[in-house]
Design a protein around this ligand. Structure first.
Ligand SMILES: [Fe+2]
Ligand SMILES: [Fe+2]
Length: 167
């Protein structure tokens, strides 16, 4: 699916395309989080990553429910944005030696991912409502709420502990 083939004709096509994009992204995040869990040192941070891995697996499942409600096969589409975010995170993390600075870098990387997810879910929810799919919107909202809570939790771990230890 690309700009030249013009496969996205209607709002509904855009909704499905973006659903495939976030589905791919969530699956990439499931792959990336175990490494972040392993590399983190601060116990609350490690625990936070662990619980978000569990939530992220549920995000994938909820997206599959949204596809089915919308009578679509669950499938992903390459998302260069999330690939780039994860790749950059791995690069930066690989450059950091000090373990508390590493924790600060991991938090920044994770928050970049959360913010990406938040923008995607924000659009999807708005479009689902316009398309008369409040059932889909409600499921997407559950994912969005967990992304926002994770983002807030990361901010609080950074500000109350990790940044202070790292500085
Ligand atoms: Fe997610
Ligand atoms: Fe997330």
């Amino acid at each position: 699916m690309g700009f030249f083939t013009r496969d996205i004709k209607k709002m509904d096509d855009l909704f499905v395309h973006t659903l495939r994009d976030i589905y791919y992204a969530e699956k990439q995040i499931v792959q990336a989080l175990p490494d972040m869990i392993e590399k983190s040192h601060d116990p609350p941070l490690k625990q936070g990553f662990k619980s978000h891995l569990g939530e992220t697996k549920n995000h994938v499942t909820r997206l599959e429910q949204v596809f089915r409600l919308h009578r679509q096969e669950p499938k992903g589409v390459d998302c260069p944005a999330i690939d780039g975010i994860i790749e950059e995170a791995e690069d930066v993390v690989g450059e950091v030696e000090d373990k508390s600075v590493l924790d600060a870098a991991l938090i920044a990387a994770a928050q970049t991912v959360e913010h990406y997810e938040i923008t995607r879910y924000g659009s999807l929810i708005a479009w689902a409502k316009e398309l008369g799919r409040n059932d889909c919107a409600a499921l997407l909202q559950q994912n969005l709420d967990e992304e926002k809570a994770t983002d807030r939790k990361l901010t609080s771990i950074a500000e109350s502990r990790v940044n202070r230890i790292a500085a």
